[in-house]
Design a protein around this ligand. Structure first.
Ligand code: PHE
Length: 453
């Protein structure tokens, strides 16, 4: 029988869980990464493959993570230990927990650097409001930021401290407070940007770029990128959702429903971000293809400088984007922190969070340097930051997800599954189970193998 509470605290309601899980899912992945990945991978075809990955692989694995977490009630490593024992299967499944912890530390390292960019931009608009210079050449402004290791390190450090502060406070006091108001505000702001996009006269062209697939530009790499993006944006494959599931009350909460709610919101925000950004990109005559990681930083400021109240808007946008990144970064840090807390006792939550974040911050310096002093260093044809991103997002997350699917589909006792998904109609339950057993693992495997060979 599973326990009803976790030692780390519990979400105070179902809504709080949905907000926290959405807060984790919605972040830089949707607003920074999705548009430029779409741009770099040729538009519509990438978007379609991505949506397919969300539906067939992402959503079912999201449910699996939440249910495994809610049954286990402890951090991922200990959860796998416990569930493997209960189901009488090999304890080597614990490896999934370790992959998750390593992936989390790697992702947090560059995530915090990019979140630092958004803080820097928010600050640029604060300065502008106080009479500072306008951003007349966003390309140059962005290049100047990347060229300055000290500036990058400062914002990276500030963002990491913000992340630690919340995680150190724990579930009820820290995580919940941060997500309650700020997520809806970001959503509203994106909607307003889409409306602005409509006034540019380029909405039709932007929609065509996003939704009209051009299959000629598709390669094996496109599938890998789309799969990696699906995992990244839903915070899957590294046991984040599992950890949040461990704090989810049992009574009256349907895992199927909350899973759908989170996946739908996350996907809508990504598509909205695309619909907000590409009209602006097109209306300023920027080529929508091959925008790279700087895409939103070099395009949106053009609009903010010309639209009414654009400076206030720019401040609100980058400020809220930093907040969205914040509610995601805390979920990157939580699994490893929870594990250390279990290992060394409750009193050490602050130290645990600080230790993991410190390690991640140090690793982040590699990303900082790869943007300037070490920009010539190449690993597998990528700079250091892109390489870390590739290993963690495109390889480790899908691999973790694949193993989670197999664990839920084959190793875990059917009674446990049925108990956790008790409200799911039998047909859906069977469908879900076969998605876990065969479809999702096969798809991930094909994509991984095709990309490597
Ligand atoms: N889903 C987050 C985003 O889109 C990133 C993330 C990945 C968070 C993995 C937690 C775990 O920004």
């Amino acid at each position: 029988m599973d326990k009803t509470t976790s030692i780390h605290g519990m979400w105070s309601s179902r809504l709080m869980f949905i907000l926290a899980a959405t807060g984790s899912a919605v972040g830089l992945g949707n607003i920074w990464r999705f548009p430029y990945m779409t741009s770099d991978n040729g538009g519509g075809a990438f978007v379609l493959v991505y949506l397919g990955c969300i539906l067939l692989v992402g959503l079912p694995i999201l449910m699996a993570e939440i249910l495994i977490g809610r049954h286990g009630r402890v951090s991922p490593i200990n959860t796998f230990r416990k569930l493997a024992r209960e189901s009488g299967v090999s304890r080597h499944w614990v490896a999934i927990g370790w992959i998750g912890i390593v992936a989390g530390i790697l992702i947090l390292s560059f995530y915090s650097v990019v979140a630092g960019w958004t803080l820097h931009y928010a600050f640029l608009y604060v300065k502008q409001l106080a009479g500072g210079a306008a951003i007349t050449d966003p390309g140059a402004t962005f290049a100047a930021l990347l060229a300055d290791p000290l500036e990058l390190t400062f914002w990276h450090a500030l963002f990491m401290l913000l992340t630690v502060a919340v995680v150190a406070l724990g579930v009820e006091k820290g995580l919940e407070r941060a997500v309650r108001f700020l997520m809806p505000a970001l959503f509203l702001l994106l909607m307003m940007l889409v409306v602005y996009g409509m006034t540019t006269g380029f909405m039709g062209q932007a929609a065509a770029f996003l939704f009209k697939p051009d299959w000629t530009v598709i390669t094996g790499g496109t599938f890998l990128s789309a799969m990696g993006q699906a995992f990244f944006t839903l915070s899957l494959g590294m046991c984040t959702m599992m950890t949040y599931g461990a704090y989810l009350p049992r009574e009256g909460v349907s895992i199927g429903r909350v899973g759908i709610a989170v996946a739908l919101t996350d996907t809508s925000v990504a598509l909205l971000a695309g619909l907000a950004i590409f009209p602006i990109v097109l209306s300023f005559g920027i080529d929508p293809a091959g925008g790279g990681p700087g895409l939103i930083f070099t395009s949106l400021p053009l609009a903010f400088e010309t639209m009414p109240f654009g400076i206030v808007y720019g401040l609100a946008f980058f400020g809220l984007l930093a907040v969205a990144a914040w509610t995601s970064s805390i979920s990157l840090l939580e699994p490893a922190t929870a594990f250390l807390v279990e290992r060394f006792g409750m009193a050490s939550r602050k130290r645990a969070a600080l230790g993991i974040a410190g390690l991640s911050w140090l690793l982040g310096l590699l990303s900082v340097l790869s943007l300037n002093l070490w920009s010539g260093v190449r690993i597998l044809d990528r700079d250091i930051m892109t390489f870390i991103e590739f290993i963690a997002n495109d390889l480790m997350l899908p691999l973790g997800g694949l193993l989670i699917a197999l664990f839920a589909g084959w190793a875990l006792n059917r009674t446990i599954l049925r108990e956790q998904l008790s409200d799911m109609p039998p047909v859906l339950f069977t469908t879900w189970r076969w998605l876990m057993r065969v479809v999702a693992p096969a798809l991930v495997l094909i994509v991984l193998v095709r990309a490597v060979v």
